[in-house]
Write a protein that binds this ligand. Structure first.
Ligand code: IMP
Length: 176
């Protein structure tokens, strides 16, 4: 299967406006507190960098990596922690920042894993959410955009390691 250039679904300006809105919402909700923001690698790195630079509060950055997809466009359903945090979370106000929630299995795994570390509070933020693909009970606190079931790339998201550097979110179309 050959792939054409992705079709623009969410242009750069729309992403940036929404990122600013999410950052303001988070800054308001956590006013007077310090946040530990967890970037879930790899897909969240661009969203995370843009989001935290717009949160005007004391903030610590932590990084985790999980894998569940390999080079496919559907989840294997098995989530593996491939990079762990370097600091304890006990008593901290933690916000997990994900690029996209599809089946929800990754975020569900992260929430269970992080809750066990006894943070003072734990909230979830996803730039993109595919409600129709959700396969578990999951409450997201901050959502950028809702999508259908289409596989998307760009703004950090990849297909087989490619397209992460696109400034927009696009859909892959197959060519026959
Ligand atoms: P979930 O466990 O099925 O919710 O998938 C979460 C992870 O799968 C995300 O963090 C992404 O890395 C990846 N993913 C899910 N849907 C897409 C997509 O449409 N494009 C690129 N990556 C995706």
């Amino acid at each position: 299967m050959l792939l054409k250039d992705p079709k623009v679904l969410i242009p750069e300006t729309k992403i940036m406006n929404r990122v600013h809105e999410l950052a303001s919402e988070i800054a308001f909700d956590y006013r007077g507190k310090e946040i530990t923001a967890i970037c879930v690698l790899k897909g969240s790195f661009i969203f995370f960098a843009d989001l935290i630079r717009n949160i005007d509060l004391p903030l610590n950055c932590e990084f985790m990596a999980v894998s569940s997809y390999g080079s496919k466009t559907t989840s294997s359903g098995e989530v593996k922690l491939t990079l762990d945090l370097t600091e304890p979370l006990e008593g901290k106000h933690v916000v997990v920042i994900e690029d996209i929630v599809d089946t929800g299995l990754t975020m569900q795994y992260l929430v269970e894993n992080l809750r066990a570390r006894k943070p003072a509070t734990l909230r979830t933020c996803a730039l993109l959410f595919k409600p129709e693909a959700l396969q578990c009970q999951l409450d997201l606190d901050y959502i950028g955009f809702k999508l259908g079931k289409e596989f998307v790339v760009g703004y950090g998201l990849d297909y087989a390691g490619r397209y992460r550097q696109l400034p927009y979110i696009g859909a892959l179309e197959s060519e026959h």
